[in-house]
Design a protein around this ligand. Sequence first.
Ligand SMILES: O=C([O-])CC(=O)C(=O)O
Ligand SMILES: [Mg+2]
Length: 193
Amino acid sequence: MPTYPPPGALPVATVSDAMDRFGVADGIRPLWRGAALSGPAFTVWTRPGDNKGLHAAFQTIRRGEVLVVNGGGDATRALIGELVVQKAKALAVGGIVLDGAARDVAELADLGVPVFARAVTPAGPWKTGPFRIGGPIAVGGVPVSPGDWVVGDDDGVAVVPREQVDQVIGTAHALVEGEAERRAANQRLIPRD
Ligand SMILES: O=C([O-])CC(=O)C(=O)O
Ligand SMILES: [Mg+2]
């Protein structure tokens, strides 16, 4: 697995800026404050509201990979809850990104697994499929293929195509330095009377 910056090391906003401000998954939000992730995508497409494919994903997902799920943007059925996230934690999954919903949100922060989703609902999932594991999908309108870099923080989630990761990380570091200069300049401002 390539080495990515650790979760929270580069702001997602800056990573997106380094992609000409593209790459952000629209409408996908962190489910607890401080949730941050950074790792390669493990993709699943599932029938909206059905989590059979997520349980199948846990048979092969590797340490540090981020489970990224296209659930059709469905907000009516939670694809995951505390028990599924507990499983993700035991397998050292890097985090979960759902274009769909979750439940049991009070427990997710305690588990410490970064989870990002479009919606929260107490309604539980179906468990019959169909699903597809490992192909190209999209979340929040952004294409994701297995191995693309997924990064998430309090602002949301961005996806960097695998072949652009080195260039985007380099550009993002340069942008961070530029922002530090602007921050210092802001601190030198004085009110005019
Ligand atoms: O029942 C489910 O599949 C989802 C859920 O609430 C959990 O994982 O705790
Ligand atoms: Mg539950």
